[in-house]
Design a protein around this ligand. Structure first.
Ligand code: 26V
Length: 830
């Protein structure tokens, strides 16, 4: 489409020839009321809290739009090399409060609502929490977008605007029930619809190889249409886009039947493919959904790569400059089809020779691995790919051939090695190994914590590390202090402002170091204890209101919140709870430390063991919470429908952070960082980022237990037998038997038999005793508040390293070679 902007209009943004309300409370109030009346068409006397929220979000969006548009102008003017972050998941959390804090508008909006007789905090609670992700990987992408904007890095996030996010979890009779998550139902004032930004995405059909380049004649086409979400930097001035694609249902045609005039058949295909942007897949999706998942992945990357090229051609007139201008980052293997997609466009549309296109790809792509678990490593059947993406499969074969003949064979590797590194896995069902393709095409491949990156090189990618040792690197994950302190824990933010002399820590988290001087100061310990207590009261009120369970804020809050998965060992947490329960009943008059065990998390809907674990937690909660003999010494709470917003409520209230995965299985973990940053102590294994947290906070300030990776591997090698541990530990045996024989499920005594008597793949029983001992150390320290709060302060003081700002600086320097927008490049304010 030709650009039709008249010359006179071209400089409006830079000359500020328009009205933008200066954000004082009065103008904010007027702006909110204006939006309510003229944008939403609602009479203020009829407005619901959700209406007020929408109006306020429009008002707040106005105030970041200028930054958003001028950021784009700066990038174009200075031809800023840009990173495009491709991810199937973004767990952004609520946008409204975050944007007010990042733009220093919280006070003005609070006052404006006060004048309207409303309360900002209540209004903010109306916002739906877009759950466009499963867990850690999606939330990491969101923390990274916040840091990218705040560090002024030219960056665009690309994802899918799933109509229904992750399901809504309800707990009925202890069981997880999945309900649709209607996050878009109340409108989404935060996103700009971009109906003109649309790209066709094709599927199926045939490949005519009688020409060069071969001609792909697709059978179906669907349009990807963009929605842009503003990602505001902390401190204003810069705002980057998160571009989310929807499938435009009206545009899909079965081309063949449409051409034959068969309107109804073409509509049928449309209905079927409507689902492309409908749901987010849980991470262990069944075979039924696999084809749709593959389509979603291609839909994301095809639209994004086309958009990236279009953006490049706005700045440069040649495709050949693409590698200087563009870095594309692959968040796990999910967007790896971007590689053959870019190859296809370069070869088929721009007529580049294969070698030249391939050299460009290797400069452009980089890839992060987020898991070593074999079941999460994506492989697509060659047959399915041949059906759906014949040209891409053809290109993958060529890449594989080029790799084997030009890279592997010349180095003298044998056939067995070649079989192992081939992108195509031979066997009954030939499969495309997406992680292999990612490694072969990328100039850098990173793991997400030191131990994980080391294991990645020594196990999963060992053969590739022999071929290209310089390709592999580590970038330890981080979390944004804006979301995880300023938004989630404002009282802690005030505490830090006070003792660190201002809010500089928010963009330079190493300033927390200065707390180290203060950790022995009793007044400061008390002040922090009060901050923690207030957060515990807030959580206790929520649990009372939503679940009708009374908990005591003076008890130790012991928290495990994350996806429910066997390797994360929620069921080992349960073993400890039951063991403690038994001990209390055996010795009721001992001086027990009261504890509240808080758990939350979703189980993938097809993952039975995880769902059983949720049910077990709820059965035990019901049983123990109603046993008068334990009084208030143990309470167990499973909070339904875990989300970013719930994490913001729970994490500040935690005393103890449970990070108890089997060593070698958790790539990094990021909630471990959020907890420690909020002054919780960690009980954890030597796994993921726990190892680096230990190094930063010191062994006296963390409870480390359990087998090391080496010990775990030795146990596996020697044929791990859970009964070696159960039979040698009578207290453990008692716990296992109680659960397995129905002590907590009297209506169905065998309900948990299988859960307890399986092969214990993640060695809960091997680590049980060491875990229980570590828990005793926790009680002991908690009894000495001075020591406990000192340790909590030491944890906070040494968490600077775990800011996602540091992670992003590492990526920019080591992987993307990207420079932020400089002070000089920023527009001068009028
Ligand atoms: C796999 C699949 C397979 C196909 C269906 C959809 C799907 C979705 C997710 C996954 C794998 C998830 C990998 C993941 O979430 N890894 C987590 O990444 C965090 C950020 O790096 C890290 O802190 C966690 O330790 C790691 O489990």
């Amino acid at each position: 489409m030709a650009k039709t902007t008249p010359t006179a209009a071209k400089n409006l943004l830079t000359t500020y020839d328009y009205i933008n309300p200066k954000p004082d409370a009065e103008l904010v109030r007027k702006s909110i009321v204006y939006k309510l009346i003229f944008i939403l068409g609602i009479d203020p006397k009829d407005a619901t809290p959700a209406d007020w929220l929408n109006a306020a979000m429009f008002a707040a969006r106005d105030l970041s739009t200028e930054n958003f548009l001028s950021t784009r102008q700066i990038h174009e003017k200075f031809k800023k090399r840009t990173v495009y972050y491709l991810s199937m998941e973004f767990l952004m959390g609520r946008a409204f409060t975050n944007s007010l804090i990042n733009q220093d508008l919280y006070g003005a909006f609070e006052q404006a609502f006060k004048e309207l007789g409303l309360n900002l905090a209540d209004i903010s609670e109306q916002e739906a929490d877009p759950a466009l992700g499963n867990g850690g990987l999606g939330r990491l992408a969101a923390c990274f977008l916040d840091s990218l904007a705040t560090l002024r890095v030219p960056a665009v996030g690309y994802g899918i605007r799933y109509q229904y996010g992750m399901f809504k979890q309800e707990i009925v009779d202890g069981k997880q029930i999945e309900k649709p998550d209607l996050w878009l139902d109340n409108g989404m004032a935060w996103q700009f619809a971009r109906p003109a930004k649309r790209f066709p995405v094709s599927f199926g059909g045939t490949l005519d190889t009688s020409h060069y380049p071969p001609r792909w004649k697709p059978a179906e086409q669907i349009n990807a249409v963009a929605y842009d979400e503003i990602v505001p930097a902390f401190g204003g001035q810069i705002a980057n886009p998160l571009r989310l694609w929807t499938a435009h249902t009206g545009d899909l045609f079965n081309l063949a039947s449409f051409n034959e005039g068969d309107y109804f058949s073409s509509m049928e295909a449309q209905m079927k493919n409507e689902t492309i942007a409908n749901v987010l897949y849980p991470n262990d999706a069944t075979a039924v959904g696999r084809e749709l998942r593959l389509k979603q992945e291609y839909f994301l990357v095809s639209a994004s790569v086309q958009d990236i090229i279009a953006r490049h051609l706005c700045r440069y007139d040649s495709i050949h400059t693409l590698p200087e201008d563009v870095a594309i980052h692959l968040n796990d293997t999910h967007p790896v089809l971007a590689i053959p997609e870019l190859m296809r466009i370069l070869i088929d549309d721009y007529y580049l020779p294969f070698d030249q296109a391939w050299a460009m790809c290797q400069k452009i792509f980089s890839y992060t691995n987020h898991t070593l678990m074999s079941e999460a490593l994506e492989k697509w059947s060659v047959d399915m790919m041949a059906q759906l993406l014949p040209r891409h499969l053809d290109i993958i074969y060529k890449i594989n051939h080029h790799f084997i003949e030009n890279v592997v064979r010349p180095q003298g590797y044998d056939d067995d090695f070649i079989r192992r590194v081939s992108i195509i896995e031979e066997g009954e069902q030939r499969q495309v190994r997406m992680a292999w393709l990612a490694v072969i095409a990328s100039h850098k491949v990173n793991g997400v914590a030191k131990i994980h990156s080391d294991l990645m090189v020594s196990s999963l990618f060992a053969d590739f590390a022999a071929l290209f040792p310089e390709r592999f690197t580590n970038v330890t994950n981080g979390v944004t202090p804006r979301r995880w302190i300023a938004v989630a824990n404002p009282k802690l933010a005030r505490f830090l402002d006070k003792h660190l002399g201002g809010s500089g820590w928010l963009t330079d988290l190493n300033q927390l170091n200065q707390l180290n001087k203060l950790v022995d100061n009793k007044d400061i310990q008390n002040e922090f204890a009060n901050v923690k207590h207030a957060a515990k009261v807030r959580l206790a009120e929520y649990i009372q209101r939503e679940m009708n369970i009374t908990i005591n804020p003076n008890a130790l809050f012991d928290v495990q919140i994350k996806r429910i998965h066997a390797y994360k060992r929620q069921s080992m947490n349960v073993l400890h709870i039951v063991h403690r329960y038994n001990q209390i009943l055996n010795n009721p008059n001992a001086d027990w430390q009261p504890r509240v065990f808080i758990l939350a998390g979703k189980a993938a809907s097809s993952y039975n063991e995880a769902k059983q674990t949720i049910r077990l937690i709820n059965d035990i909660a019901y049983f123990i919470n109603h046993d008068e003999r334990v009084r208030d010494l143990i309470k167990v709470v499973f909070i339904p429908n875990y989300s970013v917003s719930l994490a913001e409520l729970i994490i500040p209230a935690a005393d103890l952070s449970e990070q108890i995965s089997l060593a070698g299985k958790e790539a990094s973990g990021t909630s471990n960082m959020k907890f420690a940053l909020n002054g919780a102590l960690t009980i954890g294994t030597l796994d993921g980022a726990n190892v680096e947290i230990l190094q930063h906070v010191g062994a006296e300030n963390i409870f480390i237990f359990g087998n090391t990776v080496e010990q775990v591997q030795t146990l596996y090698r020697n044929g791990y037998n859970p009964y070696d541990f159960i039979d040698n530990d009578p207290e453990l045996a008692q716990v296992v038997n109680q659960i397995a024989q129905g002590a907590f499920s009297p209506d169905e005594p065998h309900r948990y038999h299988k859960l307890m008597h399986n092969r214990d793949e993640f060695q809960r029983y091997a680590d049980f005793r060491s875990y229980v001992n570590a828990q005793a150390q926790v009680d002991k320290l908690y009894r000495q508040p001075e020591k406990w709060y000192r340790a909590a302060l030491v944890n906070m003081a040494n968490m600077g390293y775990f800011s996602s700002d540091r992670s992003i600086e590492d990526y920019c320097r080591e992987i993307w070679r990207i420079e932020p927008v400089s002070e000089q490049e920023l527009p001068r304010l009028a």
